[in-house]
Design a protein around this ligand. Structure first.
Ligand SMILES: [Zn+2]
Length: 195
């Protein structure tokens, strides 16, 4: 006997669709009704529902407040600085990585629209302020090594790594020139924040 499906619901986060009456708990869809102060409509896909998995994420404030890694459906929450090693050695696919700044925005919602990463050698993360960033682990290692070197040689002042060094530092000419080239790169800005 077949049941007629009269209504299809689409998850605004991950985009899966269902009739809202699945057999298992994980197939259930619920109506998407965010609180009045929800402002991240631009980060959502089309739809009117949340699947069970996305609803558990959406209603858990830790996904907004903290940095996290989610691998095989299990999440671990971290301080931002603890995320740097994970960018170099990401977890088992499928995985997601999110790095928070102030913990105010819900930039992580973009990760679920993008879909889980299946490749540890090239993947997408979301940074609260910069949004989606494409990551190659060797590039992160290289930026980390240079950030640590520049930090020491420029008198342990992070702002010089972020905004560029003033003229009197130009005795460290090579370092300053490289910072000038990297300054506009959101991955560089992120690595400097995390070292
Ligand atoms: Zn979903």
């Amino acid at each position: 006997m077949s049941r007629e499906v009269d209504e299809q619901h689409v998850c605004v986060l991950c985009g899966i669709s269902g009739d809202g009456e699945g057999e298992g708990e994980d197939e259930e869809m619920s109506r998407f009704k965010p609180s009045d102060n929800f402002t991240s409509w631009n980060l959502l896909g089309a739809g009117d529902s949340l699947c069970a998995s996305c609803e558990r994420i959406f209603t858990n404030q830790n996904y907004r407040r903290k940095s996290w890694v989610r691998s095989n459906g299990l999440a671990e929450f971290h301080k931002p600085k603890e995320m740097l090693p994970l960018l170099i050695n990401p977890p088992e696919p499928p995985f997601y990585l999110y790095i928070t700044a102030s913990g105010q925005k819900q930039t992580y919602l973009q990760l679920f629209r993008k879909g889980a990463n299946m490749n540890q050698n090239a993947f997408w993360i979301a940074d609260e302020d910069a949004g989606l960033l494409h990551v190659l682990p060797p590039r992160i290692s290289e930026l980390e090594a240079f950030a640590r070197e520049a930090y020491e040689k420029l008198g342990q002042k992070k702002w010089k790594l972020i905004h560029g060094a003033p003229a009197h530092d130009w005795k460290q000419r090579e370092i300053c020139e490289r910072i000038a080239q990297l300054r506009g790169d959101p991955l560089w800005q992120l690595v400097v924040r995390l070292v």
